[in-house]
Design a protein around this ligand. Structure first.
Ligand code: FES
Length: 95
């Protein structure tokens, strides 16, 4: 996984699961902490600060203290490039 930056300011976490590329908000929904510092387990992402796990299909918080899902963004892979579909305006993020 790696962090990408939309417009140079908004972090988006890009996760490659054996070629299945997914994108999520880059900051944990519990407190401000960058999720690329966490680690991947089978089907989930663990935040390194308080160890909440998030489902890599739905973004749902699986363990406390996080209660709110992380936002998943649509991804298209074209010509070897990963394109993240974000709406105009502020990037939707759950806090
Ligand atoms: S900051 Fe991620 S679980 Fe607390």
């Amino acid at each position: 996984m790696a962090m990408a930056w939309v417009d140079g300011t908004d972090p988006v976490l890009v996760v490659n699961l054996d070629g299945d590329v997914r994108a999520f908000q880059g900051i944990c929904s519990h407190e401000y902490f960058e999720l690329d510092k966490g680690f991947l387990t089978a089907g989930s992402l663990t935040c390194a600060l308080h160890l909440s796990r998030f489902d890599l299909e739905t973004g749902d918080a699986l363990d406390p203290p996080a209660e709110v899902p992380i936002v998943r963004y649509p991804v298209v892979v074209a010509d070897g490039r990963v394109l993240i579909d974000v709406p105009e305006g502020p990037l939707p993020v759950n806090e």
